[in-house]
Write a protein that binds this ligand. Structure first.
Ligand SMILES: NC(=O)C1=CN([C@@H]2O[C@H](COP(=O)(O)OP(=O)(O)OC[C@H]3O[C@@H](n4cnc5c(N)ncnc54)[C@H](OP(=O)(O)O)[C@@H]3O)[C@@H](O)[C@H]2O)C=CC1
Ligand SMILES: O=C/C=C/c1ccc(O)c(O)c1
Ligand SMILES: [Zn+2]
Ligand SMILES: [Zn+2]
Length: 361
């Protein structure tokens, strides 16, 4: 344990203590506000499937106590003396990354999410040697470089899922040249990331096919989210009829699954973009990519620049996320429901409305 600086603030977050993933109140100190730091009072924080992977140690690298949460919207309550981008009272967002080296090729190209020295917003160690902790907490302190302004016209709770799910679909569509109107896209797995995929792709003028593990979400996908077609992945006749029809598929499935049924849906030069965090090998036979010159690739969140861009895009297009707002004392149930695929489509925790500093043990 390091010594406690008198200027460090003691706050409460909800932490997992082990791989059961159960979260409970946890008291810890925020670092002293540095010259370029922004201190925010957390208003809302979305629950991403990655929070489940991390709290339950699906990747084998989890460190506890762990306060998860990386779709964070907060109000600025203090800024360091060198902070130029933000003022007290601003509504701001924080995502998956809170640090990078600023010197490598990805950093210089403003794609700092691909920096090998990036610092994750939780389950990592900050430059001061202390653990990073995420947004299911009353406050966070974050370097201004990793903070974005929430534009007017976006409700803070609506903005939270855009900081991971939203930018995660926007970034590959932009990077792989898939923003052209008229493209035919597939969204595999209609969850938090997938539902933003449908909305963003539709707003780009694409014909969007949802590929789901069941028929349960068909009506919502077509009527509420605006999808053009819906395939149940286990329905061989439906899948066969859709062969060779898609320019890209955004694959958000969070567990091991075969790739060949989805590669078959792609046209020549089609792209399968892997999003799910799956710690086991996925397999396919080489002709599935050779015959059709198809690409299997992946993408990791998006840069700070792209996060600002997707927020503006959503304001311009009038896009919102579809969310269920819950209080902090529902966090464990929400995680259980997320694991059971029982959420439409993102839980967002009303952190400020849960007064967690008052209720800490
Ligand atoms: N690459 C990146 O930068 C990012 C990666 N991720 C990762 O993407 C994946 C999806 O995240 P998110 O959208 O938040 O997750 P959700 O749980 O919200 O959605 C996943 C969807 O996948 C489908 N699915 C198929 N099989 C399963 C299963 N066994 N358990 C649960 N869902 C299943 C379901 O859709 P349906 O009912 O339609 O079959 C489900 O809604 C996760 O692995 C997450 O860690 C998340 C954000 C960024
Ligand atoms: O939800 C955002 C994070 C995604 C992620 C991607 C890859 C990886 O190894 C992770 O641990 C998380
Ligand atoms: Zn996420
Ligand atoms: Zn770097």
């Amino acid at each position: 344990m390091g010594s406690v600086d008198a200027s460090e603030k003691t706050i409460t977050g909800w932490a997992a203590r082990d791989a059961t993933g159960h979260l409970s109140p946890y008291t810890y100190n925020l670092r002293r506000t540095g010259a370029e730091d922004v201190v925010l009072k957390v208003l809302y924080c979305g629950i991403c499937h990655t929070d489940l992977h991390q709290t339950k140690n699906h990747l084998g690298a989890s460190k506890y106590p762990m306060v998860p949460g990386h779709e964070v919207v907060g109000e600025v309550v203090e800024v360091g003396p060198e902070v130029s981008k933000y003022s007290v009272g601003d509504v701001v967002g924080v995502g998956v990354i809170v640090g990078c080296c600023r010197d490598c090729r990805p950093c210089k190209a403003n794609v700092e999410q691909y920096c090998n020295k990036k610092i994750w917003s939780y389950n990592d160690v900050y430059t001061d040697g202390k653990p990073t902790q995420g947004g299911f907490a009353s406050s966070m302190v974050v370097d201004q470089k990793f903070v974005v302004k929430i534009p007017a016209g976006l409700a803070p709770e609506q903005a939270a899922p855009l900081l991971c799910a939203g930018v995660t679909v926007y970034s590959p569509l932009k990077h792989f040249g898939l923003m052209t109107p008229g493209l035919r896209g597939g969204i595999l797995g209609l969850g938090g990331v997938g539902h933003m995929g449908v909305k963003v792709a539709k707003s780009m003028g694409h014909h969007v096919t949802v590929i789901s593990s069941s028929d349960k979400k068909r009506a919502e996908a077509m009527d509420d989210l605006g999808a053009d077609a819906y395939l149940v992945s286990s329905d061989e006749a439906q899948m066969a009829a859709a062969m060779d029809s898609l320019d890209y598929i955004i694959d958000t499935v969070p567990v091991k699954h075969p790739l060949e049924p989805y590669l078959a849906l792609l046209k020549m030069d089609g792209k399968l973009v892997l999003m799910g965090v799956i710690g086991e090998p996925l397999s396919f036979v080489s002709p599935m990519v050779m015959l059709g010159r198809k690409t299997i690739t992946g993408s990791f969140i998006g840069s700070i620049e792209e996060t600002e861009e997707v927020l503006r895009f959503c304001v311009e297009k009038g896009l919102t996320s579809q969310i269920e707002v819950v209080k902090m004392d529902y966090l464990n149930q929400a995680l259980e429901r997320l694991e059971r695929n029982d959420v439409r489509y993102r839980f967002v925790v009303d952190v400020a409305g849960s007064n967690i500093d008052d209720t800490a043990a």
